[in-house]
Write a protein that binds this ligand. Structure first.
Ligand SMILES: Nc1nc2c(ncn2[C@@H]2O[C@H](COP(=O)(O)OP(=O)(O)OP(=O)(O)O)[C@@H](O)[C@H]2O)c(=O)[nH]1
Ligand SMILES: [Mg+2]
Ligand SMILES: [Zn+2]
Length: 306
């Protein structure tokens, strides 16, 4: 039998059958990926074959189908361990808040580079719009212009009062969509406002640390009545960029990618080379300094700041 992984706890996998049944399965045998060690061989979004165990309500996963794509998260710089967050995605939404908790530009950029590297279209969802002061709204406008100018669609929403939730609803139709972001930014709250029947657990952000409480502990996929699937994920504390060759890194910044053919040297690192089109664009303000700083930070391997 064939099914779709809708939840993974590490030892158990929930498999949805084509007729909508959900069966708890274990894994038999080895599912190794080339080149990387992952903590989970099978992830939400994977298509698998499974068999029912004799005299049991549970099944055993016996085969993993080829993935269209996947997104991996590396915990920290030194660790070789990586975790597949989800597989077979059409798009990834990064939920961002400017306060309670604050998402840094560096974190946004590392997420976007990761999505580019895995060839998954990314969009930014600025949540908690209801909390924004006038000053906050100005910062939001700055952030939005940085990312819209380089081609990432941005949305401003409030899961609390429902502002612009319809725009997100439209974005999701017939697609498999990953919701990602720091703990406490409102991923589960957003999914609840999109699918009110779900009633996922949410939790207040700590007043003391301004950090989320890591309420969602496992990735889980939900089917939308209008077609499509959404995947809720646990909050990401820090995001290491998975082994990208330094020479390749510029390709994952769209604004650098579109200029680097004009650099004088074809092995230009865009750091201090004469005739560098990227540095020229930086100087005349066509490339945002914060983006370039993220490039340097990832380039030099300081890529785990929260
Ligand atoms: N004011 C306001 N609060 C919100 C909004 N969205 C979510 N919250 C609150 O933010 C807190 C965290 O929300 P969650 O949905 O649990 O956040 P999460 O991203 O799922 O967090 P993890 O599961 O820990 O990764 C909760 O107290 C929510 O009520 C919003 O649009 N406005
Ligand atoms: Mg959550
Ligand atoms: Zn260059």
């Amino acid at each position: 039998m064939q099914g779709l992984i809708t939840k993974s706890t590490g030892s158990w996998y929930q498999v949805q059958t084509p007729d909508g049944q959900r069966i708890d399965c274990r894994i038999k045998g080895k599912f190794r990926m080339k080149d990387i060690t992952t903590t989970n061989p099978v992830a939400v979004g994977d298509i698998v074959d499974f068999e029912m165990e004799p005299d049991s309500e549970n099944g055993v996963i016996t085969n993993l189908h080829q993935r269209k794509n996947y997104i991996i998260r590396k915990a920290i710089n030194l660790s070789k361990q990586a975790q597949i967050i989800a597989a077979n995605l059409d798009q990834a939404l990064l939920v961002v808040t400017l306060a309670s908790p604050r998402t840094s530009l560096g974190f946004i950029d590392r997420f976007l580079v990761t999505a580019e590297a895995y060839d998954i279209p990314a969009r930014l969802i600025f949540n908690k719009l209801d909390l924004f002061s006038d000053e906050g709204l100005e910062i939001l406008a700055d952030y939005k212009s940085i990312y819209e100018n380089i081609g990432y669609p941005c949305f401003e929403v409030s899961a609390l009062d429902g502002t612009n939730i319809d725009q997100v609803q439209e974005l999701l139709k017939d697609k498999v969509t990953l919701f990602s972001g720091h703990s406490g930014v409102g991923k589960s709250s957003l999914i609840n406002s999109l699918l009110p029947s779900l009633d996922l657990r949410t939790h207040m952000v700590s007043e003391w640390s301004d950090k989320g409480m890591h309420t969602t502990t496992f990735a889980e996929m939900f089917e939308l009545p209008q077609g499509g699937f959404i995947i809720d994920t646990p909050g990401i504390r820090e995001l290491g960029v998975i082994d990208i060759e330094k020479q390749e890194l510029g390709h994952f910044f769209p604004e650098m990618r579109e200029r680097m053919n004009e650099c004088r040297f074809n092995n230009c690192r865009h750091i201090n080379e004469p005739g560098c089109a990227v540095l020229e664009a930086l100087e005349n303000g066509e490339i945002e300094l914060s983006r370039y700083e993220s490039y340097l930070s990832i380039y030099h391997g300081n890529d785990t700041r929260a």
